[in-house]
Design a protein around this ligand. Structure first.
Ligand code: P6P
Length: 343
């Protein structure tokens, strides 16, 4: 094959994909603003070592975490891109205690919640990090308030994440549609469509379980028994846990297995944030054919997407995978007399 034959003259870029699949110019503008901020973020992340961008910024965020220099930069990049896109009215960021209200002259119909640099505690040792976002459309007659984001995951319009690793890869889905992956081609500065119609492995995929076993003493017994079950048998599962949610979920989506961050005695609502971690990842996994369960949470087991955040930084438990492995967890709950949803 000649070099000319190898050169794609019909590149499927993010803008082209969003317009072709939604015919909504405002959504094209929104996704473009998100993509632009993630190009800036990956540029900063790639230069962290030589650009003196490791280390702390000297502040703490809404979660009480020490903010890294890159946390602050990534947050500013996303806020600036989204506020000036002209299609957003209210923003929520893990890095900001309060919502960001877009000035009226720039206000539009979308409400975006995001974690600009998830997993940033790992950045100084070069473990991959990511951006996670969820998008709602403001309610009819609303001028855009935080109430437009405090709605069930079932009303989420778009969800996605960007993995900053060997590639800068954007994975997202629109409500009711399939999941798609786009890799940043640095030679043209565009996110190019590389993974059409991503599907969670229908047979459950690789036998991997992913959780922070350092918390196992706090887990309820069904979760302890399920993880014990993954460790037993003639061919026990492999344990893989990065501690960076985008990396762990991206691997689970592509390879299969199960990701577990349950509610426990230490964190009765779990650790992960509902609006900009739980709901977006649940929407992606479900629309790729997987399952996103809360596990036992506030007295019942339900889909993460059935949750309605009661405040912008509220937490939720998350158990994500396919029927094979979620079934192992549900089997333990059944033994404990707890009602479980049909798989
Ligand atoms: P733990 C990072 O702080 C984060 O929010 C996710 O990216 C990650 O999956 C999780 O927390 C790790 O939590 O308790 O295992 O350190």
């Amino acid at each position: 094959m000649s070099t000319a034959d190898q050169f794609n003259v019909d590149v499927s870029t993010l803008n082209r994909f969003v317009m072709a699949n939604t015919r909504d110019p405002d959504l094209v503008i929104l996704m473009n603003a998100i993509a632009t901020s993630c190009k800036l973020i990956t540029s900063a992340v790639q230069r962290a070592g030589v650009g003196n961008l490791y280390g702390l910024a000297g502040e703490v965020n809404s979660t009480g975490d020490d903010q890294k220099k890159l946390d602050v930069m990534s947050n500013d990049m996303m806020i600036n891109a989204l506020v000036n896109s002209g299609v957003c009215c209210v923003l929520v960021s893990e890095e900001n205690e309060e919502p960001i209200m877009v000035p009226k002259e720039l206000s539009g119909k979308y409400c975006v919640a995001f974690d600009p640099l998830d997993g940033s505690s790992n950045i100084d040792c070069n473990v991959s990090v990511g951006t996670i976002f969820s998008v709602y459309e403001k309610r009819e007659g609303s001028d855009g308030t935080v109430e437009d984001l405090l709605r069930s995951g079932a009303e989420c319009l778009c969800a996605g994440y960007v993995a900053y690793s060997s590639a800068c890869e954007l994975v997202f889905t629109f409500k009711g549609k399939s999941v798609h992956g786009f890799c940043l081609d640095p030679t043209i500065g565009e996110f190019v469509h590389t993974r059409p119609n991503m599907m969670f492995p229908q047979d459950g995929g690789k036998k991997i379980y992913s959780c922070n076993e350092g918390n196992s003493n706090y887990w309820d017994k069904p979760i302890q028994d399920a993880v014990a079950a993954f460790n037993q048998g003639p061919k026990p599962y492999s344990a893989r846990y990065v501690g960076s949610m985008v990396a762990d979920i991206h691997r689970t989506l592509l390879y299969g297995g199960i990701y577990i961050y349950p509610a426990d005695n230490k964190s009765p609502k779990g650790k992960l944030r509902c609006l900009y971690e739980g709901i977006p990842m649940a929407m992606i996994i479900e629309q790729a054919g997987g399952i996103a369960s809360t596990g036992l949470f506030e007295g019942k087991i339900q889909r993460v997407l059935e949750l309605t955040p009661d405040e912008i930084h509220c937490k939720c438990p998350i158990i994500m995978g396919g029927p094979r492995d979620i079934g192992v967890v549900y089997e333990q709950y059944k033994k404990a007399g707890i009602e479980t949803p049909e798989l």
